[in-house]
Design a protein around this ligand. Structure first.
Ligand code: GRF
Length: 192
């Protein structure tokens, strides 16, 4: 039997193309909904998308996120069952990891443990993959702990690379995988 009324909070710093896919995927879902979209950038396009979709938004700054634990109250209000990091670049503080054990997931645009860690985000990842002459890349969905890109892997998908692919083409292939897989994997995590 499916669980009743589970809520997601999505954290995103940027464009939010993954967040958009996730919102679309769960729009008509019988028991899972996106309750809140959180960003550290007031001007992030993802917030406008959230408003248009009628989803609550929250803009956070460093003191609020790292020096208080007030976000826990905001999340508890729904209550939020799973935190989804979709292009969110700040490290998740320990109090939040402890409050949501195995309930925070991130998508990373490479096949971890390769091309992960501090500074490995966005085009930095794809340029490094290109420079290494990799024959494949892919995406990783993993649980989040207090270290960048080190939590247990939940799911990976791969794509073949041609020597002709530049970093932008690699990025596009990987992003397509993220858009395809992230929301169904979130659904599976919530079903457990
Ligand atoms: C994705 O490539 C994701 O793997 C990484 O940040 C990017 C976010 O893209 N963590 P978008 O904002 O969802 O378009």
């Amino acid at each position: 039997m499916s669980k009743q009324n589970q809520h997601l909070a999505i954290f995103a710093s940027g464009t939010g193309s993954n967040a958009r896919q996730i919102v679309k995927y769960f729009e008509q879902h019988p028991s899972i909904s996106v309750a809140l979209i959180i960003s550290n950038k007031a001007s992030a396009p993802v917030l406008e998308m959230a408003r248009q979709a009628g989803i609550d938004t929250l803009v956070i700054d460093r003191p609020f996120f790292y020096e208080s634990e007030d976000i826990l109250k905001k999340l508890a209000a729904y209550p939020v069952d799973l935190l989804v990091l979709a292009g969110f670049l700040w490290l998740i503080p320990g109090y939040l990891v402890q409050a949501y054990p195995n309930r925070i997931v991130n998508v990373h645009p490479a096949l971890l443990p390769k091309y992960g860690g501090k500074g490995m985000y966005g085009m930095h990842v794809h340029r490094a993959v290109k420079a290494a002459g990799e024959a494949e890349s892919g995406m990783t969905i993993h649980f989040v702990n207090e270290h960048y890109d080190e939590g247990a892997v939940i799911f990976q998908a791969r794509c073949a690379l041609s020597p002709k692919d530049d970093a932008e083409q690699i990025a596009a292939k990987v992003l397509a995988l993220e858009h395809h897989h992230f929301a169904p994997v979130i659904e599976q995590v919530l079903a457990k």
